[in-house]
Design a protein around this ligand. Structure first.
Ligand SMILES: *Cc1c(COP(=O)(O)O)cnc(C)c1O
Length: 413
Protein backbone atom coordinates (compact mmCIF):
# COMPACT_ATOMS: atom_id res chain seq x y z
CA UNK A 1 0.00 0.00 0.00
CA UNK A 2 1.48 3.36 -0.96
CA UNK A 3 0.92 6.45 1.15
CA UNK A 4 1.03 10.24 1.24
CA UNK A 5 2.81 12.45 3.73
CA UNK A 6 1.57 15.33 5.88
CA UNK A 7 3.48 18.32 7.31
CA UNK A 8 2.11 17.65 10.84
CA UNK A 9 1.28 14.79 13.19
CA UNK A 10 -1.61 13.80 15.42
CA UNK A 11 -0.34 15.60 18.55
CA UNK A 12 0.07 18.85 16.63
CA UNK A 13 -3.47 18.72 15.27
CA UNK A 14 -4.98 17.48 18.54
CA UNK A 15 -3.49 20.52 20.26
CA UNK A 16 -4.91 22.82 17.55
CA UNK A 17 -8.40 21.43 18.07
CA UNK A 18 -8.40 22.88 21.62
CA UNK A 19 -8.46 26.31 19.99
CA UNK A 20 -10.13 25.55 16.68
CA UNK A 21 -12.93 22.99 16.76
CA UNK A 22 -13.09 20.51 13.88
CA UNK A 23 -13.71 20.47 11.03
CA UNK A 24 -11.19 22.93 9.62
CA UNK A 25 -8.88 23.37 6.68
CA UNK A 26 -5.18 23.76 7.29
CA UNK A 27 -2.86 25.00 4.52
CA UNK A 28 0.88 24.48 4.48
CA UNK A 29 2.71 27.60 3.31
CA UNK A 30 5.87 25.67 2.35
CA UNK A 31 3.97 23.33 0.04
CA UNK A 32 2.03 26.21 -1.52
CA UNK A 33 5.23 28.13 -2.27
CA UNK A 34 6.93 25.02 -3.64
CA UNK A 35 4.10 24.34 -6.07
CA UNK A 36 3.91 27.99 -7.14
CA UNK A 37 7.64 27.86 -7.94
CA UNK A 38 7.10 24.73 -10.04
CA UNK A 39 5.58 27.06 -12.60
CA UNK A 40 7.96 30.01 -12.47
CA UNK A 41 11.05 27.77 -12.45
CA UNK A 42 9.90 25.40 -15.19
CA UNK A 43 9.07 28.25 -17.55
CA UNK A 44 12.13 30.39 -16.74
CA UNK A 45 13.16 29.96 -20.41
CA UNK A 46 10.21 32.11 -21.51
CA UNK A 47 10.69 35.84 -20.90
CA UNK A 48 7.44 37.30 -19.62
CA UNK A 49 6.02 33.96 -18.50
CA UNK A 50 3.29 34.29 -15.88
CA UNK A 51 1.13 31.85 -13.96
CA UNK A 52 -2.22 33.47 -13.16
CA UNK A 53 -3.55 31.55 -10.16
CA UNK A 54 -7.19 30.59 -10.74
CA UNK A 55 -8.76 32.41 -7.80
CA UNK A 56 -11.86 30.21 -7.93
CA UNK A 57 -9.74 27.27 -6.75
CA UNK A 58 -9.01 29.00 -3.45
CA UNK A 59 -10.13 32.57 -2.88
CA UNK A 60 -8.53 33.08 0.54
CA UNK A 61 -6.64 36.41 0.48
CA UNK A 62 -3.91 35.11 2.80
CA UNK A 63 -3.06 32.47 0.20
CA UNK A 64 -3.34 34.98 -2.65
CA UNK A 65 -0.85 37.19 -0.83
CA UNK A 66 1.63 34.33 -0.58
CA UNK A 67 1.18 33.57 -4.27
CA UNK A 68 1.64 37.23 -5.17
CA UNK A 69 4.96 37.19 -3.30
CA UNK A 70 5.91 34.24 -5.55
CA UNK A 71 5.16 36.47 -8.58
CA UNK A 72 1.92 34.79 -9.54
CA UNK A 73 -0.96 36.79 -10.96
CA UNK A 74 -4.67 36.10 -10.56
CA UNK A 75 -7.13 34.55 -12.97
CA UNK A 76 -10.59 35.89 -12.18
CA UNK A 77 -14.07 35.33 -13.54
CA UNK A 78 -16.31 37.30 -11.20
CA UNK A 79 -16.55 40.65 -9.47
CA UNK A 80 -15.65 39.33 -6.00
CA UNK A 81 -12.60 37.57 -7.44
CA UNK A 82 -11.49 40.84 -9.04
CA UNK A 83 -11.99 42.64 -5.72
CA UNK A 84 -9.97 39.99 -3.87
CA UNK A 85 -7.06 40.53 -6.24
CA UNK A 86 -7.38 44.29 -5.88
CA UNK A 87 -7.33 43.99 -2.06
CA UNK A 88 -4.11 41.96 -2.01
CA UNK A 89 -2.44 44.24 -4.54
CA UNK A 90 -2.57 42.03 -7.61
CA UNK A 91 -3.31 44.65 -10.21
CA UNK A 92 -3.31 45.69 -13.86
CA UNK A 93 -2.00 43.05 -16.23
CA UNK A 94 -1.25 40.76 -13.29
CA UNK A 95 -4.95 39.93 -13.52
CA UNK A 96 -6.37 37.82 -16.30
CA UNK A 97 -10.13 38.15 -16.51
CA UNK A 98 -11.25 34.90 -18.10
CA UNK A 99 -15.01 34.97 -17.66
CA UNK A 100 -17.98 33.70 -19.59
CA UNK A 101 -21.58 34.89 -19.86
CA UNK A 102 -20.21 38.02 -18.21
CA UNK A 103 -22.40 40.67 -16.54
CA UNK A 104 -21.63 44.28 -17.54
CA UNK A 105 -20.55 45.34 -14.04
CA UNK A 106 -17.77 42.73 -14.08
CA UNK A 107 -16.36 44.00 -17.38
CA UNK A 108 -16.50 47.55 -15.98
CA UNK A 109 -14.45 46.54 -12.91
CA UNK A 110 -11.97 44.49 -14.95
CA UNK A 111 -11.43 47.45 -17.29
CA UNK A 112 -11.05 49.83 -14.34
CA UNK A 113 -8.37 47.57 -12.83
CA UNK A 114 -6.52 47.37 -16.13
CA UNK A 115 -6.87 43.58 -16.13
CA UNK A 116 -6.22 41.58 -19.28
CA UNK A 117 -9.71 40.93 -20.57
CA UNK A 118 -10.12 37.56 -22.22
CA UNK A 119 -13.34 37.47 -24.24
CA UNK A 120 -15.44 34.33 -24.45
CA UNK A 121 -17.48 35.31 -27.50
CA UNK A 122 -17.43 37.48 -30.61
CA UNK A 123 -20.44 39.47 -29.38
CA UNK A 124 -18.61 40.35 -26.16
CA UNK A 125 -16.37 42.76 -28.03
CA UNK A 126 -19.26 45.15 -28.67
CA UNK A 127 -20.78 44.38 -25.28
CA UNK A 128 -17.50 45.40 -23.64
CA UNK A 129 -17.19 48.46 -25.87
CA UNK A 130 -20.65 49.64 -24.82
CA UNK A 131 -20.36 48.99 -21.10
CA UNK A 132 -16.72 49.89 -20.41
CA UNK A 133 -14.97 50.95 -23.59
CA UNK A 134 -12.32 48.86 -25.28
CA UNK A 135 -8.87 48.51 -23.73
CA UNK A 136 -5.67 48.51 -25.81
CA UNK A 137 -5.17 44.81 -25.16
CA UNK A 138 -7.74 42.13 -25.95
CA UNK A 139 -7.53 38.37 -25.72
CA UNK A 140 -9.93 35.79 -27.11
CA UNK A 141 -10.61 32.33 -25.72
CA UNK A 142 -10.37 29.70 -28.41
CA UNK A 143 -12.51 26.55 -28.40
CA UNK A 144 -10.77 24.15 -30.80
CA UNK A 145 -13.93 22.11 -31.41
CA UNK A 146 -13.41 18.48 -32.41
CA UNK A 147 -9.88 17.52 -31.36
CA UNK A 148 -8.02 15.43 -33.85
CA UNK A 149 -5.42 13.52 -31.89
CA UNK A 150 -6.54 13.35 -28.29
CA UNK A 151 -9.67 13.14 -26.24
CA UNK A 152 -10.20 16.24 -24.17
CA UNK A 153 -10.94 15.69 -20.51
CA UNK A 154 -12.98 18.78 -19.92
CA UNK A 155 -15.40 16.78 -22.06
CA UNK A 156 -15.80 17.15 -25.79
CA UNK A 157 -14.90 20.80 -26.66
CA UNK A 158 -17.83 20.84 -29.12
CA UNK A 159 -20.15 20.44 -26.13
CA UNK A 160 -18.30 23.04 -24.03
CA UNK A 161 -19.93 26.44 -23.64
CA UNK A 162 -16.58 28.22 -23.65
CA UNK A 163 -14.73 30.13 -26.29
CA UNK A 164 -14.91 31.07 -29.96
CA UNK A 165 -14.72 28.71 -32.91
CA UNK A 166 -11.61 28.90 -35.08
CA UNK A 167 -13.38 30.96 -37.77
CA UNK A 168 -14.73 33.35 -35.13
CA UNK A 169 -11.21 33.86 -33.77
CA UNK A 170 -10.08 35.37 -37.09
CA UNK A 171 -13.25 37.44 -37.27
CA UNK A 172 -12.80 38.60 -33.67
CA UNK A 173 -9.26 39.85 -34.16
CA UNK A 174 -10.24 41.58 -37.43
CA UNK A 175 -13.08 43.37 -35.66
CA UNK A 176 -10.93 44.27 -32.65
CA UNK A 177 -8.28 45.68 -34.97
CA UNK A 178 -10.89 47.77 -36.82
CA UNK A 179 -12.07 49.11 -33.49
CA UNK A 180 -8.58 50.31 -32.62
CA UNK A 181 -7.37 47.54 -30.28
CA UNK A 182 -3.56 47.51 -30.44
CA UNK A 183 -2.37 44.47 -28.51
CA UNK A 184 -3.60 40.92 -28.83
CA UNK A 185 -3.52 37.68 -26.85
CA UNK A 186 -4.89 34.20 -27.30
CA UNK A 187 -6.25 31.73 -24.73
CA UNK A 188 -7.45 28.16 -24.65
CA UNK A 189 -8.20 25.56 -22.00
CA UNK A 190 -9.04 22.04 -23.03
CA UNK A 191 -7.78 19.95 -20.13
CA UNK A 192 -8.93 19.30 -16.62
CA UNK A 193 -6.83 17.54 -13.98
CA UNK A 194 -4.60 16.17 -16.76
CA UNK A 195 -1.65 14.02 -15.73
CA UNK A 196 -0.28 13.22 -19.22
CA UNK A 197 2.69 15.43 -20.07
CA UNK A 198 2.31 15.00 -23.84
CA UNK A 199 -1.13 16.59 -23.75
CA UNK A 200 0.30 20.01 -22.93
CA UNK A 201 2.79 19.83 -25.78
CA UNK A 202 -0.07 18.99 -28.09
CA UNK A 203 -2.17 21.92 -26.83
CA UNK A 204 0.79 24.28 -27.23
CA UNK A 205 1.36 23.06 -30.78
CA UNK A 206 -2.26 23.63 -31.85
CA UNK A 207 -2.49 27.10 -30.32
CA UNK A 208 0.95 28.16 -31.63
CA UNK A 209 -0.19 27.11 -35.12
CA UNK A 210 -3.30 29.20 -34.65
CA UNK A 211 -1.21 32.21 -33.56
CA UNK A 212 0.81 31.87 -36.79
CA UNK A 213 -2.35 31.66 -38.87
CA UNK A 214 -3.75 34.75 -37.10
CA UNK A 215 -0.60 36.68 -37.94
CA UNK A 216 -0.90 35.56 -41.58
CA UNK A 217 -4.60 36.31 -41.98
CA UNK A 218 -5.06 39.29 -39.68
CA UNK A 219 -1.63 40.90 -39.95
CA UNK A 220 -1.41 41.26 -36.17
CA UNK A 221 1.10 39.93 -33.67
CA UNK A 222 -0.10 37.72 -30.84
CA UNK A 223 1.85 38.90 -27.81
CA UNK A 224 0.93 36.07 -25.44
CA UNK A 225 -0.64 32.65 -25.47
CA UNK A 226 -2.46 31.51 -22.34
CA UNK A 227 -2.62 27.72 -22.08
CA UNK A 228 -5.23 27.79 -19.31
CA UNK A 229 -5.28 25.47 -16.31
CA UNK A 230 -5.94 21.76 -16.10
CA UNK A 231 -2.52 20.72 -14.78
CA UNK A 232 -3.31 17.53 -12.91
CA UNK A 233 -2.80 16.50 -9.30
CA UNK A 234 -1.86 12.95 -8.27
CA UNK A 235 -4.74 12.54 -5.82
CA UNK A 236 -4.09 8.80 -5.52
CA UNK A 237 -0.84 7.76 -3.87
CA UNK A 238 -0.08 5.34 -6.70
CA UNK A 239 -0.37 8.04 -9.38
CA UNK A 240 2.73 9.72 -10.76
CA UNK A 241 2.71 13.49 -10.19
CA UNK A 242 2.90 15.69 -13.26
CA UNK A 243 6.50 16.64 -13.95
CA UNK A 244 6.23 20.36 -14.70
CA UNK A 245 9.83 20.55 -15.95
CA UNK A 246 8.94 17.99 -18.63
CA UNK A 247 5.66 19.71 -19.43
CA UNK A 248 7.43 23.05 -19.88
CA UNK A 249 10.11 21.37 -22.01
CA UNK A 250 7.48 19.88 -24.32
CA UNK A 251 5.99 23.35 -24.74
CA UNK A 252 9.49 24.77 -25.22
CA UNK A 253 10.14 22.34 -28.10
CA UNK A 254 6.98 23.47 -29.90
CA UNK A 255 7.89 27.10 -29.18
CA UNK A 256 11.31 26.64 -30.76
CA UNK A 257 9.80 24.94 -33.80
CA UNK A 258 6.82 27.22 -34.41
CA UNK A 259 7.27 30.54 -32.65
CA UNK A 260 11.01 31.25 -32.73
CA UNK A 261 11.21 31.47 -36.56
CA UNK A 262 8.71 34.35 -36.78
CA UNK A 263 6.66 35.26 -33.73
CA UNK A 264 9.18 35.37 -30.87
CA UNK A 265 9.30 36.79 -28.33
CA UNK A 266 5.88 35.59 -27.30
CA UNK A 267 4.86 35.26 -23.67
CA UNK A 268 3.46 32.01 -22.31
CA UNK A 269 0.79 32.27 -19.62
CA UNK A 270 -0.88 29.54 -17.56
CA UNK A 271 -3.82 29.76 -15.17
CA UNK A 272 -3.59 26.75 -12.89
CA UNK A 273 -5.54 26.59 -9.67
CA UNK A 274 -5.38 22.92 -8.81
CA UNK A 275 -1.69 22.14 -9.16
CA UNK A 276 -0.70 25.30 -7.29
CA UNK A 277 -3.02 24.90 -4.30
CA UNK A 278 -4.44 21.38 -3.96
CA UNK A 279 -1.57 19.67 -2.20
CA UNK A 280 -1.11 22.47 0.34
CA UNK A 281 -4.59 22.04 1.83
CA UNK A 282 -5.86 19.38 4.23
CA UNK A 283 -9.35 19.04 5.65
CA UNK A 284 -9.23 17.90 9.27
CA UNK A 285 -12.29 16.19 10.66
CA UNK A 286 -13.12 14.11 13.73
CA UNK A 287 -14.87 10.76 13.83
CA UNK A 288 -18.14 11.11 15.77
CA UNK A 289 -19.99 7.89 14.93
CA UNK A 290 -19.45 4.37 13.78
CA UNK A 291 -22.35 2.48 12.26
CA UNK A 292 -22.70 -1.09 11.01
CA UNK A 293 -25.65 -1.98 8.80
CA UNK A 294 -25.27 -3.52 5.34
CA UNK A 295 -21.98 -1.64 5.26
CA UNK A 296 -19.53 -0.30 7.81
CA UNK A 297 -19.77 3.49 8.15
CA UNK A 298 -17.42 5.94 9.80
CA UNK A 299 -19.28 9.21 10.49
CA UNK A 300 -17.22 12.40 10.66
CA UNK A 301 -18.03 15.99 11.64
CA UNK A 302 -17.25 17.38 8.18
CA UNK A 303 -19.60 16.85 5.27
CA UNK A 304 -19.91 17.43 1.56
CA UNK A 305 -20.61 21.12 2.29
CA UNK A 306 -16.94 21.40 3.32
CA UNK A 307 -15.53 19.39 0.42
CA UNK A 308 -17.83 18.36 -2.36
CA UNK A 309 -15.47 16.80 -4.88
CA UNK A 310 -15.90 13.20 -3.66
CA UNK A 311 -19.69 13.47 -3.53
CA UNK A 312 -20.09 15.45 -6.72
CA UNK A 313 -17.49 13.86 -9.00
CA UNK A 314 -16.72 10.62 -7.20
CA UNK A 315 -13.24 12.17 -6.86
CA UNK A 316 -10.64 10.32 -4.81
CA UNK A 317 -9.12 12.14 -1.83
CA UNK A 318 -6.59 10.22 0.20
CA UNK A 319 -7.39 9.89 3.91
CA UNK A 320 -4.91 9.46 6.74
CA UNK A 321 -6.06 8.44 10.20
CA UNK A 322 -3.78 10.67 12.29
CA UNK A 323 -1.55 8.67 14.60
CA UNK A 324 -2.19 5.46 12.66
CA UNK A 325 0.05 5.68 9.62
CA UNK A 326 -0.36 3.24 6.78
CA UNK A 327 1.95 0.25 6.52
CA UNK A 328 2.68 0.36 10.22
CA UNK A 329 0.94 -2.76 11.39
CA UNK A 330 -2.48 -1.38 12.33
CA UNK A 331 -5.35 -3.73 11.58
CA UNK A 332 -7.23 -2.38 8.55
CA UNK A 333 -10.93 -2.34 7.79
CA UNK A 334 -12.93 -1.46 4.70
CA UNK A 335 -15.29 1.43 5.45
CA UNK A 336 -17.36 4.25 3.97
CA UNK A 337 -16.41 7.63 5.46
CA UNK A 338 -19.56 9.73 5.55
CA UNK A 339 -20.79 13.22 6.45
CA UNK A 340 -24.12 14.23 7.90
CA UNK A 341 -26.00 15.65 4.88
CA UNK A 342 -29.33 14.04 4.06
CA UNK A 343 -27.86 13.05 0.70
CA UNK A 344 -26.46 9.60 0.12
CA UNK A 345 -23.62 10.99 -2.01
CA UNK A 346 -22.23 12.72 1.10
CA UNK A 347 -19.29 10.33 1.38
CA UNK A 348 -15.60 11.19 1.51
CA UNK A 349 -14.64 7.60 0.72
CA UNK A 350 -16.44 4.45 -0.35
CA UNK A 351 -15.06 0.96 0.38
CA UNK A 352 -11.79 2.48 1.56
CA UNK A 353 -9.29 0.32 3.41
CA UNK A 354 -8.15 2.28 6.47
CA UNK A 355 -6.44 1.48 9.76
CA UNK A 356 -9.09 0.47 12.31
CA UNK A 357 -10.80 3.69 13.39
CA UNK A 358 -12.20 4.60 16.80
CA UNK A 359 -14.64 7.37 17.67
CA UNK A 360 -12.63 10.50 18.43
CA UNK A 361 -9.93 9.77 15.86
CA UNK A 362 -8.85 12.65 13.63
CA UNK A 363 -8.87 12.13 9.88
CA UNK A 364 -6.81 14.18 7.44
CA UNK A 365 -8.33 14.45 3.97
CA UNK A 366 -5.47 15.22 1.58
CA UNK A 367 -5.06 17.50 -1.44
CA UNK A 368 -8.11 19.58 -0.57
CA UNK A 369 -6.53 23.02 -1.09
CA UNK A 370 -8.07 23.60 -4.52
CA UNK A 371 -11.80 23.49 -5.28
CA UNK A 372 -12.31 22.42 -1.64
CA UNK A 373 -13.40 25.17 0.74
CA UNK A 374 -14.10 27.24 -2.38
CA UNK A 375 -16.96 24.97 -3.43
CA UNK A 376 -18.50 24.97 0.03
CA UNK A 377 -22.18 25.62 0.55
CA UNK A 378 -24.82 25.84 3.27
CA UNK A 379 -27.32 23.25 2.08
CA UNK A 380 -29.01 21.40 4.91
CA UNK A 381 -27.98 24.20 7.27
CA UNK A 382 -24.35 23.15 7.31
CA UNK A 383 -21.99 26.02 8.01
CA UNK A 384 -18.62 26.57 6.36
CA UNK A 385 -15.64 25.78 8.57
CA UNK A 386 -12.52 27.77 9.48
CA UNK A 387 -9.31 27.92 7.46
CA UNK A 388 -5.90 27.89 9.14
CA UNK A 389 -2.46 28.57 7.76
CA UNK A 390 0.61 26.65 8.92
CA UNK A 391 3.24 29.30 8.25
CA UNK A 392 6.80 28.66 7.15
CA UNK A 393 7.96 29.64 10.66
CA UNK A 394 5.84 26.85 12.16
CA UNK A 395 3.17 29.12 13.66
CA UNK A 396 -0.51 28.57 12.91
CA UNK A 397 -2.76 31.49 12.04
CA UNK A 398 -6.51 31.50 11.42
CA UNK A 399 -7.09 33.00 7.98
CA UNK A 400 -10.86 32.62 7.93
CA UNK A 401 -13.14 32.00 10.89
CA UNK A 402 -15.86 29.39 10.86
CA UNK A 403 -19.36 30.59 10.00
CA UNK A 404 -21.78 31.06 12.88
CA UNK A 405 -25.55 30.78 13.15
CA UNK A 406 -25.66 34.57 12.90
CA UNK A 407 -24.01 34.34 9.48
CA UNK A 408 -26.60 31.81 8.44
CA UNK A 409 -29.49 34.04 9.46
CA UNK A 410 -27.88 37.32 8.33
CA UNK A 411 -29.60 37.51 4.94
CA UNK A 412 -33.10 36.87 6.29
CA UNK A 413 -35.68 39.55 7.10
C1 LIG B 1 -11.20 26.52 -13.54
C2 LIG B 1 -10.39 27.27 -14.47
C3 LIG B 1 -8.99 27.28 -14.36
C4 LIG B 1 -8.26 26.48 -13.34
O1 LIG B 1 -8.43 25.12 -13.53
P1 LIG B 1 -7.55 24.08 -12.65
O2 LIG B 1 -8.24 22.79 -12.86
O3 LIG B 1 -7.66 24.56 -11.25
O4 LIG B 1 -6.18 24.13 -13.19
C5 LIG B 1 -8.29 28.06 -15.23
N1 LIG B 1 -8.89 28.80 -16.17
C6 LIG B 1 -10.22 28.82 -16.32
C7 LIG B 1 -10.82 29.66 -17.37
C8 LIG B 1 -11.02 28.06 -15.48
O5 LIG B 1 -12.34 28.08 -15.63
Amino acid sequence: MSSKTLPFDREFIEKLTEQYPTPFYIYDEKTLRRNARLFTESFAWNTGFKEFFAVKANPNPALLQILKSEFLGGDCSSLPELLLCERVGISGEEIMFTSNNTPAAEFVKAKELGAIINLDDLTHLEFLEHCAGLPDLISFRWNPGALRDVESVIGNPVEAKYGLTTEQIFEGFALAKRKGVKRFGLHTMVASNMLQEEFFGYTAKTIFELALEIERRNAIRIEFVNLGGGFGVAYRPEQTPLNMKNVAEKIHEEYDKLIVPGLAPMKIFTESGRLVAAESGTLITRVIHEKRTYKHYIGVDACMANLMRPGMYGAYHHITVLGKPENSGFVTETVDVVGSLCENCDKFAVDRMLPKIEIGDLLAIHDAGAHGYAMGFQYNGKLRCAELLLQEDGAVRMIRRAETLDDYFATLH
